[in-house]
Design a protein around this ligand. Structure first.
Ligand SMILES: [Zn+2]
Length: 252
């Protein structure tokens, strides 16, 4: 069950970077021994990056970029959307029907602390100008909130449905809402707490049914729809879910 797809590109390290300026775009050039042809990507943090094979004629780069200008423009706009979503004012946890107001207090030094002074209040204090660290800190908080909500929730559903699992862990997964192993060990995506309670219950029931049927056969669906008659329509809705973009930022 994939959440909104976000392509994660691993940052390349260890290669020499050269800053170049051409037309309206600034870009970085990286020579790679493994590259067979020129390629381009757009990263949220560092912008346009062109990778070229050793010996590639650099005067060809502007033409190369112009050939891909539409794609690059699109990716630059997306990167801007990601940046605008940083340091959110509020975090809505739909599954728990709670909204947390986030305030930011800048103080000198390198520390970054997160506090919850009262219900629905989050305060980030310290070095708040580094969006990566802020997003990482908020992600950690989301992860803990997900653990304390989803683990007992799964347990309740397991007892209610008489479907037993052996172990549960909460992960920050990019491509799945949940999974279940042959040994009955269930992984749940921390980002489930951004979904509605009905959708969470669907995912929990789905994974619990896998403890009996480790496939998506007719028997599996018969079992699942006997528990949740609307399972198929809930599943469809899960495909185009809008999660807050900042949760992906530590990976972009
Ligand atoms: Zn499944």
């Amino acid at each position: 069950m994939p959440p909104t797809a976000v392509r994660i590109e691993n940052p390349c390290e260890g290669d020499q970077l050269l800053n170049c300026q051409d037309n309206d775009w600034s870009y970085q050039v990286k020579e790679s021994k493994r590259a067979r042809r020129a390629s381009v990507r757009v990263k949220v943090r560092s912008g346009i990056e062109v990778t070229i094979p050793i010996g590639y004629d650099r005067s060809r780069i502007p033409d190369f970029l112009n050939q891909h200008s539409e794609w690059i423009q699109h990716r630059l706009e997306r990167a801007r959307d990601v940046k605008e979503s940083l340091n959110p004012d509020a975090i809505r946890l739909e599954a728990l029907d709670t909204t947390w107001r986030v305030s930011y207090i800048k103080t000198p030094g390198d520390k970054l602390e997160l506090r919850t002074p009262g219900p629905g209040q989050l305060v980030l204090r310290g070095h708040i100008d580094d969006p990566v660290r802020v997003a990482e800190r908020l992600n950690l908080w989301v992860h803990k909130a997900a653990e304390s909500a989803l683990i007992p929730w799964l347990d309740r559903e397991s007892k209610r449905l008489s479907l037993q699992y052996s172990k549960v862990s909460i992960r920050h997964q990019k491509s799945r809402w949940g999974s279940c192993s042959a040994r009955g060990s269930i992984n749940l995506n921390q980002n489930l707490i951004f979904l509605s309670p009905r959708e969470v219950e669907y995912v929990l029931a789905h994974e619990l049914c896998h403890t009996k049927e480790l496939n998506h056969s007719k028997r599996f669906w018969d079992l699942l729809t006997s528990i949740q008659p609307e399972a198929r329509s809930i599943r469809k809705g899960l495909r185009n879910h809008n999660l807050p973009i900042w949760i992906w930022y530590p990976f972009l």
